[in-house]
Design a binder for this molecule. Structure first.
Ligand code: ADP
Ligand code: MG
Length: 405
């Protein structure tokens, strides 16, 4: 698979070599077991491809936030057990990252064997991107493959530093992310619409500032929309807004006006009398949110307008749920929007952890063309910020141009 200018595992000759693979096994643990193995499963195509081609694998991942010290509950033994079950082969797990156990086990690896290192964030040098630590990691293998897109926006030793010391290529997941997000940013079929909702207004405003120059239409929903409505002088009651960002929101609206592209906001909302799952609710026009009430979902008239506007779209990027979709009373807007997006005759990309969850919850995940697993990483990519973990991979001829256009 092409990865917009970066080498992938298909470009490497891995037979008889030891390959250090940065995976994302940052999975939830419960009672010493993996509670959700989605991320482990997602890595299997890359791991199987490398094993089938005669590689020996040294796997490295972080789990949770141990902050540079050993946290017993964040050891990777349950992950190794689950991976062994899924791969159908033995997975050797060591209790250190680059210490004597790890070095001995890596040196003894035969083609087809799999070794999992201990949680890389047990070592304080990981998040500092310490070059000595990166060199120690690199010393465990002959080649490096990064398949952890979700941490590619962090310059850590196992994502960026190590790539300075070994030939470095993208795994299949990483390659798919780079290919999809590059196409979105550089080469979208038009009309290109962007849908932005959720919380984290400051982060998302940066994405909007970039998208407003590139897309052909914008729809803003969720918590984000309340700040935009308030910035226009609409009284949104007790909805959470970020007054510090009113100017930035007005600048985005002004820019859309200058470019002559539509920017749609909700015209009606599901208002609640408090922030609670069982709050009293009322569907009201945005101008009529009762005092003390808050907008927690988009309303049906908004969805009709959004669906109509999106019909001609040929590319859609969606980040951020349009309501508090975790609570059934406020999940309908996001669910309907997911259906609308899934049914479009467009190439569709969904990014963000909660957005991905919402699309799965709506039962339409299989009709979305690309669901990005990297929340922060996908947003930074769309913003046009170079991701250290991607930049560090080896370029193909003409590489960087293919990513940045
Ligand atoms: P993602 O993880 O997809 O990037 P975010 O984390 O930015 O998305 O936003 C998701 C969160 O935003 C959810 O927890 C959701 O409940 C919240 N949210 C969406 N709409 C509203 C709203 N109107 N008011 C408060 N919170 C909201
Ligand atoms: Mg989120």
């Amino acid at each position: 698979m092409a990865a917009a200018g970066k080498l992938t595992i298909d470009d490497l000759d891995v037979a008889g070599r030891r390959v250090l693979v940065r995976v994302d096994f940052n999975v939830p643990l419960e009672d010493g077991r993996v509670a959700d193995d989605t991320r482990i499963r997602a890595s299997l195509p890359t791991l199987r491809a490398l094993l089938d081609r005669g590689a020996a694998l040294v796997l490295v991942t972080h789990l949770g936030r141990p902050k540079g010290r050993v946290v017993e509950e964040l050891r990777l033994d349950p992950v190794a057990r689950r991976l062994a079950e899924l791969l159908g082969r033995e997975v050797r797990k060591v209790d250190d990252v680059t210490g004597p156990q790890a070095r001995a086990a890596a040196a003894a690896l035969e083609p087809g064997q799999v070794l999992l290192l201990e949680n890389v964030r047990f070592d304080p040098r990981e998040e500092k991107n310490d070059p000595d630590f990166a060199r120690e990691l690199a010393g465990l293998a002959d080649l490096f493959v990064n398949d952890a897109f979700g941490t590619a926006h962090r310059a850590h030793a196992s994502t960026e530093g190590v790539a300075r010391f070994l030939p470095a290529a993208a795994g299949l997941l990483m390659a798919a992310e780079i290919a999809a997000l590059s196409r979105l940013v550089n080469n979208p079929e038009r009309p290109f619409w962007a849908l932005v909702g959720g919380g984290k207004v400051a982060d998302k405003l940066r994405v909007l500032e970039r998208l407003v120059d590139r897309c052909d239409g914008l729809i803003i929903g969720g918590g984000m929309a309340n700040t935009f409505l308030a910035a226009q002088g609409i009284d949104v009651g007790a909805s959470r807004v970020e007054p510090d960002l009113f100017d930035a929101a007005r600048a985005v609206m002004g820019r859309a006006g200058e470019r002559g592209i539509p920017l749609l906001l909700p015209v009606d909302v599901v208002a609640a009398d408090r922030f609670a799952e069982d709050a009293q609710t009322r569907v009201v026009p945005v101008e009529a949110i009762p005092a003390g009430w808050m907008a927690l979902d988009v309303g049906p008239a908004s969805l009709d307008a959004f669906a109509e506007a999106l019909r001609p779209a040929r590319t859609v990027f969606w980040n951020g749920p349009f309501g508090v979709f975790e609570w059934p009373a406020f999940a309908e807007g996001t669910r309907r929007l997911a259906q609308v997006v899934a049914e479009l005759d467009a190439w569709t990309v969904v990014g963000g952890g909660d957005s991905a969850a919402a699309v799965h919850q709506a039962g339409v995940a299989d009709r979305i063309d690309h669901i990005s697993t990297g929340g922060g990483a996908s947003l930074e990519f769309v913003e046009g910020r170079p991701l250290p973990g991607v930049e560090a991979l080896a370029d193909t001829a003409g590489g960087a141009a293919a990513r940045h256009g």
